[in-house]
Design a protein around this ligand. Structure first.
Ligand code: NAP
Length: 262
């Protein structure tokens, strides 16, 4: 009997999610793969069963559609074998804010934030009750950089980081590990899907390198893993600075500089 937890991976049909699937299969975990493209998931599942001898199930779902999302949430709530959620499915968008359609914005925000949050919320109570388990949320360094000109996408990824940090504070005392992974440009289909020519990017990381580095952070139980960040201390300094801002907030009075007009 497999004593390792089953891993549910969203967006497992390509890119980062497909590599997570391969790596967790190699580690001996059974898998539940989620994405829209069932044929691609079936092909991957067949290969991983053959190569790694693990059980791999496929659940086709469009996570922007309520009934599909409900079905994945139900599995996370009810299937006690699932002990790790990789919240990876996501999309990007090209063009500036004024060029985006309302429907496109809604789809992006729904997939990158609402679906991700609902899935985490579906599994967290069960993991907390068990006192073990993990949630991996895939954010992006774009969430740190309004300067990159991907305002809605970046905002969704800032949300993912904030949510992950909050969940770490809430769930780690209950034995549940939450990891935010922040890739930078990584060679996957996301660029083409968003209508961005990947060859215009100055530097791109290989997807295998990205996931392997993220899993080093996972094994170390890091709260925030940023594979392309070469000076780890700069993240620590950013966090210290943020806490410094909080320590300067006095809730009852406006700051002196706002006490007179002009
Ligand atoms: P990708 O190759 O395009 O993979 C995206 C995955 O999400 C696919 O499996 C896709 O499968 C699935 N997906 C898309 N829309 C979906 C929907 N409505 N419902 C369910 N599944 C859906 O891109 P990727 O780079 O691996 O992206 C994975 C994550 O990494 C995303 O959250 C992305 O924001 C993040 N990220 C990527 C980069 C990068 O440079 N590649 C950088 C930072 C962060 P189907 O089409 O079969 O549904």
């Amino acid at each position: 009997m497999n004593v390792l937890p089953t891993v549910l991976i969203t967006g497992a049909s390509s890119g980062i999610g497909a590599v997570y699937a391969e790596r967790f299969a190699r580690r001996g975990h059974d898998l539940l793969l989620v994405a829209r493209d069932k044929a691609r998931l079936d092909t991957l599942a067949e290969r991983l069963r053959r190569e790694s001898g693990v059980a791999v199930e496929v659940l086709a779902a469009d996570l922007t559609q309520r009934t599909d999302l409900d079905a994945v949430e139900a599995r996370l709530r009810d299937d006690a074998r699932i002990g790790i959620l990789v919240n990876n499915a996501g999309m990007a968008q090209s063009g500036g804010f004024t060029e985006q359609t309302s429907d496109g914005i809604e789809r992006l925000v729904t997939l990158n934030t609402i679906a991700l949050t609902r899935l985490a919320a579906a599994v967290a109570p069960r993991l907390a009750a068990a006192g073990e388990g993990a949630i991996i949320n895939i954010g992006s360094v774009v969430g740190l950089a309004p300067e990159f000109g991907m305002s809605v996408y970046g905002a969704t990824k800032a949300f993912v980081l904030f949510l992950s940090q909050g969940l770490t504070l809430e769930l780690s005392p209950k034995g549940v590990y939450v990891q935010a992974v922040l890739p930078a440009a990584t060679r996957t289909e996301i660029w083409e899907r968003a209508g961005i020519d990947i060859t215009t990017l100055p530097e791109v990381m290989d997807v295998g390198e990205l996931v392997d580095a993220a899993l080093v952070g996972f094994d170390r139980r890091e709260a925030v893993t940023i594979p392309p960040l070469h000076v780890a201390e700069s993240w620590d300094a950013l966090e210290a600075s943020r806490l410094g801002v909080l320590s300067n907030i006095r809730q009852a009075q406006a700051a002196d500089r706002y006490r007179s007009a002009g």
